[in-house]
Design a protein around this ligand. Structure first.
Ligand SMILES: Cc1ncc(COP(=O)(O)O)c(C=O)c1O
Length: 420
């Protein structure tokens, strides 16, 4: 039986989630939005990461964490927040919804971190915060940025949405400054379908936890059901991909009756999503807890597939980004490769698609992902050429838990024999 190898959206989809969600949709329906597991999940995180002396605030997703943090600080309307110009529209939307202005800083081509010269050029009195993104697990140049932030009295928020568990200089990535945000949205390092959280590292800001939590609302029951349906139906979808047209029916019904919610809806892409106040429901916390318990297994799997690619791929059409990374404690979340031009990328993508190998392209074709984002509304000024070019030439090989080493061998063989 032919297997489809997905990198997109199904990174951590598994049987245990299918059964958990099914149980919440049936005999556990009345406990779908209680609170027992949220506290357990938060404590487990603090326990796993030796962060007992920090404060954690859970949200439905990380974009809500960013919005709530920015809204509960002392910033005034039109103050500026510096971000990486290779980014996700959800981060931009959260800044714009806080009545702040996102300022995009050019990236370094090899490491995808903030270009320090451009960063310094864009700092002025209205700059109030820098969101430092550790893109696709690659640690940013955080030490330099911490110094710049200190010199200019600017607040620093680490965006660890891609870097759960990664370390640098023997220090975990989220401990460099006062705030860090994380995401376990369905295509992240681990997937609780949803869970975003804010970690407050500085005692000076601990009071924010209560202040923010008081303002949060319970997740709308329809959205909650959609999350569980996503787990159940997409599991069936991926398992039945080979059989007749069952999966087509599932997709058709899901779209027609809005059975799933989108990762990014149309409002978000226009920076008009103002529903940034939901807390994390218990039934989603239950699933996130299960994923947190599997974090080391998931990370080890991604690492072994990535190392296999590093050692065996031999095709000069593209460069493997981050290949020379020597550190041990990284999560290898994505495996980016960079083509010389978009035409080569397109034919490479299509060639593999025909062979049922679907590469991850959510951060391809536009520097503000996804490609359907409205860049005018995002206030992007078309001044970060490297980020724009890179997004047109980058694609990601599958390395998640549903890619076996046998699949990786097949992918490597096809890549090594691939010629335009
Ligand atoms: C770098 C980065 N930060 C933050 C977010 C927001 O995370 P969430 O999807 O949990 O809202 C994303 C979403 O994809 C992201 O890629």
């Amino acid at each position: 039986m032919k297997k489809i190898i997905f990198a997109e959206n199904f990174t951590t989809l598994e049987k245990s989630h299918f059964y958990s969600s099914l149980s919440f949709l049936t005999y556990r329906i009345f406990s779908i939005s209680k609170w027992k597991y949220k506290l357990k999940l938060e404590n487990k995180f603090l326990d796993y990461f030796w962060a007992y002396d920090k404060k954690i605030v859970s949200f439905y997703n990380a974009r809500t964490a960013i919005f709530q943090l920015l809204n509960n600080l002392w910033f005034k309307s039109k103050d500026e927040v510096i971000i990486n110009s290779y980014n996700c529209i959800s981060v931009v939307n959260s800044i714009i919804q806080s009545w702040l202005t996102p300022i995009y800083v050019e990236i370094d081509k090899e490491n995808l971190w903030l270009d320090v010269d451009d960063l310094i050029k864009k700092i002025w009195p209205r700059t109030k915060a820098i969101i430092v993104q550790h893109t696709f697990w690659k640690p940013s140049n955080i030490k330099k940025i911490v110094n710049i932030a200190k010199e200019n009295n600017i607040l620093l928020i680490e965006d660890c949405a891609h870097s759960l568990w990664s370390k640098i200089y023997d220090k975990k990535l989220w401990l460099f400054w006062d705030f860090a945000i994380f995401s376990t949205w369905r295509d992240k390092v681990i997937s609780g379908v949803n869970w975003g959280f804010l970690l407050i590292n500085n005692e000076k800001y601990f009071k924010l936890k209560n202040k923010i939590e008081k303002k949060l609302k319970k997740l709308n029951i329809k959205i909650l059901l959609q999350n569980h349906l996503y787990n159940v139906l997409s599991f069936v979808w991926i398992k039945t991909y080979n059989f007749c047209s069952i999966w087509k029916t599932i997709i058709f019904l899901s779209k027609k009756f809005h059975l799933f919610n989108q990762v990014l809806d149309e409002n978000e892409k226009k920076c008009e999503n103002d529903k940034l106040y939901y807390s994390l429901p218990d039934s989603l916390a239950y699933i996130a807890l299960d994923q947190l318990n599997k974090l080391f297994f998931i990370q080890k799997h991604r690492k072994s597939i990535s190392i296999y690619y590093n050692e065996n791929i031999d095709n000069k059409m593209f460069n493997i980004l981050f290949k020379e990374q020597k550190q041990e404690d990284l999560n290898y979340f994505r495996y980016p490769i960079l083509f010389k031009n978009a035409i080569d990328l397109e034919s490479f993508y299509n060639y593999f698609k025909d062979k049922w190998i679907i590469f991850w392209t959510s951060w391809t074709w536009s520097n503000i992902a996804p490609k359907t984002s409205n860049l005018e509304k995002s206030k992007y000024k078309w001044d970060c050429k490297l980020a724009e070019d890179l997004s047109k030439n980058i694609i990601f090989l599958p390395n998640s838990t549903n890619v076996s080493i046998k699949d990786a061998e097949k992918i490597v063989k096809l890549i090594n024999n691939y010629n335009v």
